[in-house]
Structures are given as structure tokens and as C-alpha cells.
Design a protein around this ligand. Structure first.
Ligand code: PEP
Ligand code: MN
Length: 293
């Protein structure tokens, strides 16, 4: 059991494994992605659709989130869907559209890899590779991600304790990749009003136990677009280094997760509100340079 000076002894808690542990590496890990520092003083905003659906959709959403204040673009080309009959993503075609969106907005791209056989391909297009909640226990995939030279946005499994999550992160670190961004995205509890229960207490725990950047995904964490702004603001208030939110230019027509996607206008308002919370916490949002195109 890991305790810190001044802690009142508790029967709850656990210790982080070696390489993720702040007692092994004392300084915060700050990940530089095209000049954007994740885990540093500034907060980062990752936004974009759940899935890349077609060229127009990703380009339009990318431009909207860029001008709304996003620092990185998200969008899945390989989608881990509950049903095999649901839209599975565009695969490499989707990765190409993401590259085009990066070219037109300057936003670095975060996209998921689900399969060890696709790590090389996804790394070719992505600035940050994402390992999703369902893959948190896929140890061969974690090892592959550990060997690649791209930062990994590593989501907490929805059935994983913090301890299991940190041991899984250790798989990536122990293969040599030190650039991991932890992401709390909600866990499954008995509550079913929300899609998941967003465990915001995990944020200060992860910040205390590890040296890694910690972000929060309130979209999958709640499953309701109207709940996203409240939980995104709360995430910043509890010390998250950033948020990742789903934004769609036409949520009602989205091929996946429209119900939890923000309209671009709501995203713009959210960024303004986060700016105020960040300021109250002695931080600010990373500001990008003006759009090139
Ligand atoms: C996603 O972010 O695209 C996603 C599928 O989320 P999660 O893995 O958290 O369910
Ligand atoms: Mn989604």
C-alpha cells in the first residue's frame, strides 16, 4: 500500500508499479506533440467526431473544433463497436482523411488502434495512437504500442480498477515507450442513467501515483451530450491535464455516438467556460497559432 507523508492510514488504495510510479520517476512526464505540451502547465483540448465517416464530415468538424479552440483532432478509423453490424470505421481511408484534416488545420491527430497487425499502419498516420477501453487488457497490443515511437493515449478499461489500469500502462512503459497519456473515460457501475460512471476521483489518484499526464473523456463517461460540459469542467477542476470530447457537425446523423456528441457551437461555449475554470486553478488552455489555410 502506497502512503504519502501526512496521510491518515486507510485500508483502501494500492501502489503503482515501477515505471509508472512517481516514486521511481519524480518529474511529471510532459509529452510534446508538434509543439503542444501534454502534461505541462497548460491544458489541452482534444475534440472531433467519434468516427471518421467521410471526407466532408471530418474536414468540416476539424475546422469547427480548430476555430473553437481544440489543440488536437480525434476521430476513429477503426471502431470497437458493440455490434459487428454497426459501422466499423473506414480503416485506412479514414486515416487518409485524418491526414488531410491535419494538413488543412494544423491539428495533430489522435486515432485508435485495435489490432497488433495495424500498429505500424496507424503509426504512419497518427500523431498519437489511442488504445481504447476495450483493449486495455490486450497485452500483446500494449507491448506493440510500447515498441512504437508514437505517444499513446491509453484509456482506462471500463471494468478495470486503478491498480489494473496502472499495471496495464506498465506493459507499454516496460517495452520502452515512456510517452503515455492516461485517460479516465468512466467505469461500469450499477448506475444506468449514464453510459458509464465517470470516476473523477481517479484523476487526483493517477496524478498522485504516477508522473503521467491524465486527461478525461466526459463523452464516453456520460453518454449524454448535455452532461458533457458539466463533467468536462469538473475534470479540469480536479486537476486533469486536458479533456477529449466528441464533436459532430450533425450529431443527429452521426454513424456512432451522436447522442453524446456536442454541436460545434456548444463546443465553442465549453472551451470558453473551461478557460475560466483553468484560470481559477492557475492554468490556461494551450493556444494554437492561427489557421494556416
Ligand atoms: C473512443 O474514444 O473512440 C472510444 C471508443 O472510447 P472508449 O474506448 O473509451 O469506449
Ligand atoms: Mn465514441
Amino acid at each position: 500500500m502506497e502512503t504519502h507523508k501526512g496521510d491518515i492510514p486507510s485500508k483502501y488504495g494500492s501502489s503503482a508499479p515501477n515505471l509508472v510510479n512517481r516514486q521511481t520517476i519524480a518529474n511529471d512526464t510532459v509529452i510534446n506533440v508538434n509543439g503542444i505540451e501534454i502534461g505541462g502547465k497548460e491544458i489541452v483540448i482534444i475534440a472531433g467526431p467519434c468516427a471518421v465517416e467521410n471526407k466532408e464530415q471530418i474536414l468540416e468538424t476539424a475546422k469547427a473544433v480548430y476555430s473553437g479552440g481544440a489543440n488536437l483532432l480525434r476521430g476513429g478509423a477503426f471502431k470497437p463497436r458493440t455490434s459487428p453490424y454497426s459501422f466499423q470505421g473506414l480503416g485506412e481511408e479514414g486515416l487518409r482523411y485524418l491526414s488531410q484534416a491535419r494538413k488543412e488545420t494544423g491539428l495533430p491527430v489522435v486515432t485508435e488502434v485495435m489490432d497488433t497487425r495495424q500498429v505500424e499502419l496507424v503509426c504512419k498516420y497518427a500523431d498519437i495512437i489511442q488504445i481504447g477501453s476495450r483493449s486495455m487488457h490486450n497485452f500483446p497490443l500494449l507491448k506493440e504500442a510500447g515498441k512504437c515511437r508514437k505517444p499513446v493515449l491509453f484509456k482506462r478499461g471500463f471494468m478495470a480498477t486503478i491498480d489494473e489500469y496502472l499495471h496495464a500502462a506498465e506493459y507499454i512503459l516496460s517495452e520502452g515507450n515512456r510517452e503515455i497519456i492516461l485517460c479516465e473515460r468512466g467505469i461500469r457501475t450499477f448506475e444506468n442513467y449514464t453510459r458509464n460512471t465517470l470516476d473523477l476521483s481517479a484523476v487526483p489518484v493517477l496524478k498522485r501515483q504516477t508522473h503521467l499526464p491524465v486527461i478525461v473523456d466526459p463523452s464516453h463517461g456520460t453518454g449524454h451530450s448535455w452532461l458533457v460540459p458539466a463533467m468536462a469542467k469538473a475534470a479540469i477542476a480536479v486537476g486533469a491535464d486536458g479533456i477529449m470530447v466528441e464533436v459532430h457537425h450533425k450529431p443527429l446523423e452521426a454513424l456512432s455516438d451522436g447522442q453524446q456528441s456536442l454541436y460545434p457551437n456548444d463546443f465553442v461555449q465549453l472551451v470558453k467556460d473551461i478557460e475560466k475554470i483553468a484560470e481559477a486553478c492557475g492554468r490556461k488552455i494551450y493556444h494554437h497559432k492561427p489557421l494556416i489555410v
